[in-house]
Ligand binder design. Structure first.
Ligand SMILES: Cc1ncc(COP(=O)(O)O)c(C=O)c1O
Length: 391
């Protein structure tokens, strides 16, 4: 299989030599039948674990009833999913698409259209933060505040400005009259599990209100229960104007969503934005089932408790290995900063049967399913300890 992959797949991913064929909960099995524990969870896309029975059941039922019609017609799962998301977030309306990057594209287009209609054509700029990651399509890539992702693809889409991460004065200075929106991750994921100062988001919210700038929160990685709240903005007592979601939203199915306050969403008139498969019945049925599992099966509580336990254990590990320079996290979004090469650690953990991830070269990243047990946390901590012992 690996030989065939090398011949027939474009080499966009640096892949480990393992072929997975089955998953259940926190576990995966490869083609040789070897079991692994998954602490990177599809890079944050598997909040409810692999093949959750409620999600599989919803997909099976929906697949038998209706797979696809176009958005020229209404379909029940899409309407129900929108209602459920709005009930559990903020007064808003939803646009559905198929991935995180597409949700970001929708947010960028909507922010520009709203600002131009409300304030005039000169108001179109989007501010984002250094170290941010918003996706690989051209708008989302241009929004991404990390040069290494831009290289080879310039010129980028004009109208994006990057400001230093977590610096409210930089935001104040950047909010000139041509600024339509600022887009931020509540906690930066790909950038290294980075937390802004605790008062950053509330202050940014106030600044946005003062200047009429839209606050777009990219919760593609932090959302769907990852931090112990359904969306991470809840920890900061604020609400966004626009929110993007994807990854765990579909419980393993491809779906993205953009929510926007009704006043903003309503500038997207018919024909202004669209997606053939966006909001298709199958993905929406999976997402509805996923949301119910997260909200009703105690996953948020478990995420908080297991996350605390993981942080405690990781901090004990940091006392033992001096090259662990920092441990940080919220819920089950956890980063461990190392003075050694994180990708080497990930590789060796995999050899011992544990999937972990990294964000750049120095940060180990853990995004396990929200249903992990303390025993499973200990298993991964022991694996890390064994690997660290060899450095
Ligand atoms: C914060 C954030 N935004 C956007 C994206 C892009 O999502 P996708 O890969 O589904 O396009 C990601 C993916 O890692 C992400 O973490």
């Amino acid at each position: 299989m690996i030989e065939r992959a090398r011949r027939f797949l474009a080499p966009t991913y640096s892949q480990f030599p393992v072929v997975f064929v089955r998953g259940k909960g926190t576990r995966l099995w490869d083609a040789q039948g070897r079991e692994y524990i998954d602490f990177i969870g599809g890079i944050g896309a598997c909040a409810v674990g692999h093949c959750h029975p409620a999600v599989v059941d919803a997909i099976q039922r929906q697949a038998e009833a209706l797979l696809h019609v176009s958005n020229l017609y209404y379909v029940e799962p899409q309407i129900e999913l929108a209602e459920l998301l709005v009930q559990h977030t903020f007064p808003s309306k939803a646009f559905f698409c198929n991935s995180g990057a597409e949700a970001v594209e929708a947010a960028i287009k909507l922010a520009r259209k709203y600002a131009k209609e409300k304030y005039g054509a000169q108001r179109y700029k989007i501010i984002t933060l250094s170290g941010s990651f918003h996706g690989r399509t051209f708008g989302a890539l241009s929004a991404t505040g990390q040069e290494r992702f831009h290289q080879g693809f310039e010129p980028l889409v004009p109208g994006f400005t990057y400001i230093p991460f977590g610096d409210i004065e930089a935001a104040r200075a950047a909010f000139t009259p041509d600024v339509a929106a600022i887009m931020v991750e509540v906690i930066q994921g790909e950038g290294g599990v980075n937390f802004p100062p605790p008062d950053y988001l509330p202050r940014l919210r106030n600044l946005c209100n003062e200047r009429g700038v839209l606050l777009v929160l990219d919760e593609i990685q932090t959302g769907m229960g990852r931090t112990g709240a359904l969306f991470a903005y809840e920890h900061y007592g604020i609400k966004p104007d626009i929110l993007t979601s994807a990854k765990s939203l579909g419980g393993g199915m491809a779906i993205g969503a953009m929510l926007a306050s009704p006043e903003v969403a309503d500038v997207f008139g018919p024909g202004s934005h669209a997606s053939t498969f966006g909001g298709n019945p199958l993905a929406c049925a999976a997402a509805k089932a996923t949301l119910h599992v997260i909200l009703e099966d105690g996953l948020l509580d478990n995420c908080r408790q297991a996350g605390e336990f993981f942080l405690e254990q990781a901090r004990l590990l940091a006392k033992k290995f001096s090259f662990i320079s920092d441990v940080r996290g919220l819920g089950l979004m956890i980063g461990m900063e190392l003075d050694i090469e994180a990708p080497q650690v990930v590789k060796q953990c995999l050899e011992l049967g544990a999937l972990t991830g990294c964000a750049g070269n120095r940060v180990l990243r853990f995004l396990p399913p929200l249903l992990v047990t303390e025993g499973e946390v200990i298993r991964v901590i022991e694996t890390l300890s064994e690997v660290f012992g060899k450095f």
